[in-house]
Design a protein around this ligand. Structure first.
Ligand code: NAP
Length: 480
């Protein structure tokens, strides 16, 4: 596949290519261009001009275009999902769900844009403002670099594209080099739906090059990035030099606290679904399972039983629940993290091995002192079970991390649930479930090193625009 620039499928200016690999088979299935600086220059020049054209389109027309796009995506769920499954290794049914989510996110932002009001400021509040009138309007920031990781290429792109576009910004979409083709497909659909070709492009290339070049470029007014904390901090540092805006959705090591008095079966179900989706490669997946002593042994045994029944295999098979991680090298990292946890006092209950990019579902009885119980994020189907005695100890373990994305609490005691939620240092807390839960309206984002800013229809329109106050001086005293 080629990349999408100015409404056309193009090669890199130097003809360079990157391989697209199917992680389940370990085979190259396609190539995409390896974009050069020259390609980025072209995309940014176009975007600067395209932003003005797009911003001038009346809101009702923008909404009609984006609604048309959402319909087009929905009509192509199968073809987009197939590509995602092939290059990302995500089970096909999860890919289909993600494509539907992309369309839903656009629709939700379109409806939010209709009520994205400015404010009329109080009149005559100060003696010096007698006879004046003032109001605020939201204006776009300009050109956004939209950088998304491999794990949810279509859904995470939408969480950014929809608010960027509906508020009149232009976008250069930079997908991960590991999962570039679904992003290219949705970019083409945006243009076919009516977004000016200059206002949206999708360049493919290695993130550490093309992403870094885009972040440095001052034609980029703002960067919205989802990915690792280390890269996110580097982006914030670069943008800070010229006070360009950044929004960062970063890593997590989210706790799920399972109290003795919980609904045991529901806790099991939530633990499995909250960890196993996309082979454990989800930012807000539950990654540390804090289980109270009274049910700890029973929970470990029951969880093992559940994991043994998971259907593992070819992600293109609709019955498969667990596929590979993104690459065999990523699987090797997960195995090394498991080994480290065992070296730090953990005991293996099941799993601990891999075949190619497939990591066996793994349970480790884990002391609260191990790295995995603190700051070591594992992107794979691994369940560290960490025992605790009291509510206070559970909160202490949950908070002993540099991250703070999401969290989950299982208990029948509503008062204890809310009390726990209030004490957790995280951007979200799900009571009665895993923290692996995200709604398009929800202000999603992290405390501490899990991010900066929030994505969600209740807050992102503000973050992707700038506020201007227009004052009509003396208007009520006979004129300006
Ligand atoms: P990553 O290495 O930081 O990559 C994320 C994206 O940035 C990719 O598109 C990557 O391209 C690109 N990139 C790499 N180096 C860059 C640089 N120097 N400048 C600009 N862009 C650069 O993250 P990952 O390991 O793929 O993703 C997993 C991490 O993302 C985990 O920590 C996970 O928790 C986090 N995440 C967070 C959220 C959230 O909403 N909070 C959601 C999903 C994932 P290449 O892939 O081509 O290198």
């Amino acid at each position: 596949m080629r990349m999408y620039l100015n409404g056309q499928w193009v090669d890199a200016s130097d003809g360079g290519l990157l391989e697209v690999v199917n992680p389940a088979l370990g085979q190259v299935v396609d190539t995409v261009p390896n974009a050069t600086r020259e390609d980025l220059n072209r995309a940014l020049d176009l975007a600067v001009a395209g932003q003005k054209i797009w911003n001038a389109v009346p809101l009702h027309e923008k909404l009609a275009i984006l609604e048309r796009y959402a319909c087009m995506v929905t009509e192509r769920v199968d073809s987009i999902a197939r590509i995602m499954c092939e290059e990302g290794g995500k089970p096909i049914e999860q890919c289909r769900t993600e494509v539907y989510a992309n369309a839903a996110i656009f629709r939700i932002y379109c409806s939010a844009a209709n009520t994205f009001y400015g404010k009329t400021l109080p009149m005559n509040a100060e003696p010096r403002s007698q006879g004046d009138l003032a109001f605020t309007i939201h204006e776009p920031l300009g050109v956004f670099a939209n950088i998304v990781p491999f794990n949810y290429p279509v859904e995470l792109a939408a969480h950014k594209l929809a608010p960027m576009l509906v508020t009149g910004n232009a976008v250069v979409l930079l997908p991960s080099s590991k999962t570039p083709r679904s992003a290219l497909m949705i970019t083409e659909l945006l243009v076919k739906a009516g977004v000016p070709a200059a206002a949206i492009s999708c360049l493919t290339g290695e993130g550490r090059k093309i992403g870094a070049w885009a972040v440095e470029d001052k034609r980029v007014a703002a960067v919205s990035f989802t990915g690792s904390t280390a890269v996110g901090i580097g982006i914030a540092e670069t943008c800070a030099k010229d006070l360009r805006r950044v929004s960062l959705e970063l890593g997590g090591n989210d706790p799920m606290i399972i109290y003795d008095d919980c609904d045991f079966e529901k806790a099991l179900e939530e633990a499995v679904s909250g960890r196993i989706g996309n082979a454990g490669q989800t930012c807000c997946a539950s990654k540390r399972f804090l289980v109270q002593r009274g049910i700890y042994d029973r929970f470990a045994a029951a969880l093992r039983n559940c994991l043994e029944q998971l259907r593992i295999g070819d992600p293109a098979d609709p019955s498969v629940e667990l596929g590979p991680v993104i690459r065999k090298e990523a699987a090797a990292v997960v195995i090394a993290q498991i080994q480290k946890t065992l070296d730090q006092g953990g005991t293996l209950v099941c799993g601990g091995n891999r075949t190619g990019a497939f990591v066996a579902p793994t349970i480790i009885r884990t002391p609260k002192t191990a790295d995995i119980a603190k700051d070591m994020e594992v992107f794979g189907p691994v369940f560290p079970l960490i025992p605790f005695e009291t509510e206070q100890e559970a909160v202490e373990i949950a908070n002993q991390t540099c991250y703070g994305l999401s969290s989950g609490v299982m208990t029948a005691d509503m008062s204890k649930a809310v009390r726990t939620a209030k004490q957790l240092q995280a951007g979200a807390c799900i009571l009665g479930g895993s923290g692996n839960y995200r709604l398009a309206h929800q202000p999603f984002g992290g405390y501490k090193l899990s991010g900066l800013g929030r994505e969600g229809a209740v807050s992102t329109l503000e973050e992707m625009t700038q506020l201007k106050t227009i004052s009509l001086k003396g208007i009520l005293n006979g004129g300006l």
